[in-house]
Design a protein around this ligand. Structure first.
Ligand code: GRF
Length: 223
C-alpha cells in the first residue's frame, strides 16, 4: 500500500514534526512526511527535516509584502502587511509539487484564509495545546497562562480539522492532563506537549486508514 503523503507546515521548534517523523519510521505506519514547509527561514524544525533527509522549503510571508498603496486599499488598519493570497498560493505550489494529500499544521504561526482552507477542505489538521473549544485563539505560553488563570482542573491537547474559524474545526482526538496546584505555564506546557507527541501521529494514522468521517462539526471514527 502506498503511504499517505503528508506535508507539515511549521514556524518554530518542530517537536510535533519530530514526533510524526518518528512515528513514520515504523514500517507499518500508513503515512510519511513528504515535505516540510516553513514561513520562518531560521526555524529549527527545518534542521529536523534535513537530519531525516526530508525535503523542505521556506515560504517566507515577508517576501509577499504589500506596497503602501495596496495596504491602504485592502484591510485598513491591519497589522499584517503581506499579501496573504500570494503567500498561500506559494504554499499550495510547494504542497502540489510534492503531491501532498494531507496538510498538517504543527506550530505554524500564520492564520490561513478561506482561499487555502477551502482548497484543502477536509485534509488539513492542526494541533492545539488545550482542550478545544475552550482557550481557542491563543498560542504558546498564553494558552497555559489562561488555563491556570481560569482555575481549570484539567487541560490537554486537541487535534482538529482546520476550517475558516481559527481553532474552530471538527475535533478529531483529544488527550486530557491534570492541572496541579503548583503548576507554572512551563510545567503545564511540558505535560501537554508529551501528550501532543502521541496524539498527532495517532490522528494522522486514523486519517491515512480512511477512518475519519466529518458529520457536521463532529468527526466519526470508524473501528
Ligand atoms: C504546539 O504546542 C502546538 O500545540 C501548537 O504549537 C506548538 C508547536 O510546537 N500549535 P512544536 O514546534 O511542534 O514544538
Amino acid at each position: 500500500m502506498p503511504r499517505l503523503r503528508v506535508g507539515v507546515l511549521v514556524s518554530g521548534t518542530g517537536t510535533n514534526l519530530q514526533a510524526i517523523i518518528n512515528a513514520a519510521q515504523a514500517e507499518q505506519y500508513p503515512a510519511e512526511v513528504t515535505v516540510v514547509i516553513s514561513n520562518v527561514p531560521t526555524a529549527p524544525a527545518l534542521e529536523r527535516a534535513a537530519r531525516h533527509g526530508i525535503p523542505s522549503q521556506v515560504v517566507d510571508h515577508r517576501q509577499f509584502r504589500l506596497t503602501r498603496i495596496c495596504r491602504r486599499l485592502t484591510e485598513r488598519g491591519s497589522a499584517e502587511n503581506y499579501d496573504r493570497v500570494r503567500f498561500e498560493q506559494a504554499l499550495c505550489d510547494a504542497l502540489d509539487a510534492y503531491q501532498v494529500e494531507l496538510v498538517c499544521l504543527a506550530g505554524f504561526m500564520r492564520v490561513l484564509t478561506p482561499f487555502f482552507v477551502q482548497r484543502y477542505s477536509g485534509r488539513i489538521m492542526n494541533i492545539h495545546p488545550a482542550l478545544l473549544p475552550a482557550f481557542k485563539g491563543l498560542w504558546g505560553h498564553h494558552v497555559h497562562e489562561a488555563v491556570l488563570a481560569s482555575g481549570a482542573r484539567y487541560s490537554g491537547c486537541t487535534v482538529h480539522f482546520v476550517t475558516e474559524e481559527v481553532d474552530g474545526g471538527p475535533i478529531i482526538l483529544q488527550r486530557v492532563v491534570p492541572v496541579y496546584d503548583d503548576d507554572t505555564p512551563e510545567t503545564l506546557a511540558a505535560r501537554v506537549q508529551e501528550q501532543e507527541h502521541q496524539l498527532y501521529p495517532e490522528a494522522i494514522r486514523l486519517f491515512a486508514e480512511g477512518r475519519l468521517r466529518i458529520v457536521g462539526n463532529r468527526v466519526i471514527i470508524s473501528q
